[in-house]
Write a protein that binds this ligand. Structure first.
Ligand code: 13P
Length: 247
């Protein structure tokens, strides 16, 4: 499978930031992994226009579960596709916390994403209190079971393991802890989608930077990363792309 370096710009970036995208494309015309950036929805069209013909894909950060209707402020999966997105991040812990996103809602959104022809990046992760209580695998397993849409395949689903306490903190799990979760996820996934699990990309996310990328990408069952802060600058994200291409 081709590995995936995915960047989540969160609520960062205006038109001026597209210069970083041009720099990234110029520096990595043919990376040895897939490159994806998920900017705020306001930038999807403009970023997709710059990515045309380049080895960069563009994604959204959330979508509504419904195809259309009276949902002020929301975006449907088809709208993201129409704007030039190929992927959508769903169930990010910041959305789960700020907008009450349950795993059941994530599943509905992921189903809508697949129906529209988008690839769903489903995020999972434990809080620090859950890890301290020894509940990490139970929490992640329950999130996975409840979040997966019907009919998901290796081509339409990506899973991102993002420990909540590692996001934006500069702290990361130990390599053993990442390995434990990723091998657990692979096995659990095979119980849910069978043989498709082997080819489904499992991303690690949470304080990935150029300095720790190579050691994380060397781990079994880590098929890429979902990168926040370090995806905003072409130099940093490019270094992560290079590390993944070399892994
Ligand atoms: P940071 O890389 O900034 O820790 O963010 C991770 C993340 O939440 C990506 O979705």
């Amino acid at each position: 499978m081709k590995k995936l370096a995915a960047g989540n710009w969160k609520m960062n970036g205006s038109t001026a930031a597209l210069a970083e995208v041009e720099a990234l494309i110029a520096a990595h015309p043919a990376p040895g992994c897939e490159m994806l950036l998920c900017p705020p929805a306001t930038l999807i069209s403009a970023m997709a226009a710059r990515a045309t013909g380049a080895a960069l894909k563009v994604g959204g950060q959330d979508c509504h579960a419904k195809a259309s209707g009276a949902h002020t402020g929301d975006l449907s999966a088809a709208m993201l596709l129409d704007a030039g997105a190929s992927h959508v991040i769903l169930g990010h812990s910041e959305r789960r916390a700020d907008h009450g996103g349950s795993s059941e809602l994530v599943r509905a959104k992921a189903g809508a994403a697949l129906a529209a022809g988008l690839i769903a990046i489903v995020c999972l992760g434990e809080t620090e209190a859950e890890r301290d209580a020894g509940a990490t695998l139970a929490v992640i397993g329950a999130q996975l079971d409840a979040s997966l849409p019907a009919g998901a395949t290796a081509a339409t689903l990506v899973i991102a393991y993002e420990p909540v306490w590692a996001i934006g903190t500069g702290r990361t799990p130990t390599l053993d802890q990442i390995t434990e979760v990723h091998s657990f996820l692979r096995a659990r996934l095979s119980g849910l989608i069978g043989a498709e699990a082997a080819g489904t990309r499992l991303l690690y996310g949470g304080s990935v930077k150029p300095s720790n990328a190579a050691e994380i990408f060397a781990l079994a069952d880590v098929d890429g990363a979902l990168v926040g802060g370090a995806s905003l600058k072409a130099a940093d994200f490019g270094a992560i792309v290079a590390a993944l291409s070399a892994a």
